[in-house]
Design a protein around this ligand. Structure first.
Ligand SMILES: Cc1cc2nc3c(=O)[nH]c(=O)nc-3n(C[C@H](O)[C@H](O)[C@H](O)COP(=O)(O)OP(=O)(O)OC[C@H]3O[C@@H](n4cnc5c(N)ncnc54)[C@H](O)[C@@H]3O)c2cc1C
Length: 398
């Protein structure tokens, strides 16, 4: 057996939104001994953008990075939704909300830059976890080395090794795939600060400006067997998205897709996990827990996965900061408290996202009927109540 290195550190697996935000929360709470292990060789600077709603901005403000990100991204004032079935458009006023499409690269770089140097160890993958008789856990890395830290936090995304070890089942396929990309307008675009969506028959699409030069677009259709093969081929993705968007009759979406930056293009096969086992309390064991998509992979139909990861990080950090990390029983109490605090919220959002996706994109008669006769008529700011959640503040860094 390899030499096990004991460490007084908190070990975070994964340097995505959840991992970096958790490390920053712990840093701001004075817990300095934190390492983020990221399997990739650098931060993920490819990819497009994600919509951050009020609840996500509260978390970013708590982390001290809200204002610098706000300055770089356009505040959206309205959601316009067009139904291709009825030809009608409905608007939701966003004046009372803080909603922006944030470039993923900007978000990750901002979080990473706020961390002390050398917090992130790139090219380090956690491949397994073992529990010892005293309930402490050992993380085994890809290179065979082993670490026994104070706490292990799995922020390792939808296919999380840590979640599997905790006993979570594999995420399920939602049956839909989403094309995502960033249209680039070096001379500036002419779009209003509005997010525009089209609800079609089995097809949903939309776009919104991120800043003065970039606009996010998305397009969701039924998953096809070839999706896994084409998901990283920028040319195929752009071509297929253009073909699908043609039928929607929006010149603006066509223009944004046409101007896609190749490195921003992706096709995500949407996944979610039934969270019933989570209600039975498997989200922590000994000194191990999970946050972000590792805990609650969900479809992006409410645009909330990233914001929930930010909320998780603040709540988890606060629970850990309250206890003596030299006492394993206290760590278990802290992790239990964190999971209890998150259960209702993430369960509700996961179910809400799935239902919202089926209603917005379903092509069979029942979702179509609900979409056209009920939901479309009731579109209003009341549907955004889930964005009112406040994860609280953190002490200001001196
Ligand atoms: C099409 C689409 C659109 C979306 N739109 C929105 C939106 O508008 N708004 C929103 O809030 N959310 C949105 N989301 C959800 C959001 O992207 C995710 O919820 C968010 O990225 C989760 O962050 P995370 O850090 O938990 O996981 P990830 O971003 O997946 O990060 C996990 C990290 O862990 C690393 N890793 C994995 N395994 C290991 C390991 N064993 N050891 C070490 N490192 C490891 C990975 O390399 C990665 O860097 C969308 C998702 C999709 C698919």
């Amino acid at each position: 057996m390899a030499h096990v290195q004991s460490s007084n550190k908190i070990l975070i697996a994964g340097g995505g939104i959840a991992g970096l935000a958790t490390a920053l929360t712990l840093h701001r709470l004075g817990l300095k001994s934190v390492t983020v292990l990221e399997q990739a060789s650098s931060l993920r600077v490819t990819g497009a953008s994600l919509t951050i709603w009020d609840n996500g901005w509260r978390a970013l403000d708590a982390l001290g990075v809200g204002d610098s990100l706000r300055r770089k991204h356009t505040q959206l004032k309205r959601i316009d939704t067009l139904s291709t079935t009825s030809g009608l458009t409905k608007s939701i006023d966003l004046q009372d909300h803080d909603v922006r499409c944030v470039l993923r690269k900007e978000l990750l770089q901002t979080l990473a830059q706020a961390l002390p140097a050398n917090t992130i160890r790139f090219g380090s993958k956690i491949s397994a976890i073992h529990q010892r008789q005293d309930n402490s856990s050992i993380a085994t890395l890809d290179d065979g080395s082993q670490i026994s830290p104070k706490v292990i936090i799995g922020c390792d995304g939808v296919n999380s090794t840590v979640a599997k070890w905790l006993g979570f089942g594999s995420p399920k396929f939602a049956g839909r795939s989403t094309f995502l990309g960033l249209g680039s307008f070096p001379q500036g675009h002419h779009f209003e600060p509005t997010t525009f969506q089209i609800w079609g028959d089995g097809l949903r699409a939309g776009f919104a400006p991120c800043n003065e030069r970039d606009a996010l677009w998305f397009l969701t259709r039924k998953s096809l067997p070839r999706d896994a093969k084409i998901s990283y081929d920028a040319n195929i993705l752009q071509e297929e998205a253009q073909q699908l968007a043609e039928g929607l009759g929006s010149k603006e979406i066509m223009e944004v897709i046409k101007r896609s930056v190749p490195s921003s293009l992706s096709l995500a096969i949407l996944k979610y996990r039934y969270l019933w086992p989570f209600l039975a309390g498997k989200a922590h064991k000994g000194n191990v827990t999970v946050a972000g998509d590792a805990m609650h992979p969900m479809t992006p139909d409410l645009g909330q996965g990233g914001a929930l990861a930010l909320e998780d990080s603040i709540i988890l950090g606060k629970c850990l900061a309250e206890v003596d990390l030299d006492k394993s029983l206290e760590i278990e109490v802290a992790l239990n408290k964190y999971v209890e605090k998150r259960k209702k919220r993430v369960f509700g959002m996961g179910v809400g996202s799935s239902i919202s996706g089926i209603v917005q994109s379903g092509s069979w008669w029942l979702p179509k009927l609900i979409r056209e006769k009920v939901v479309f008529n009731k579109l209003s700011p009341k549907m955004l109540r889930h964005t009112e959640y406040d994860c609280g503040t953190l002490p200001t860094l001196s």
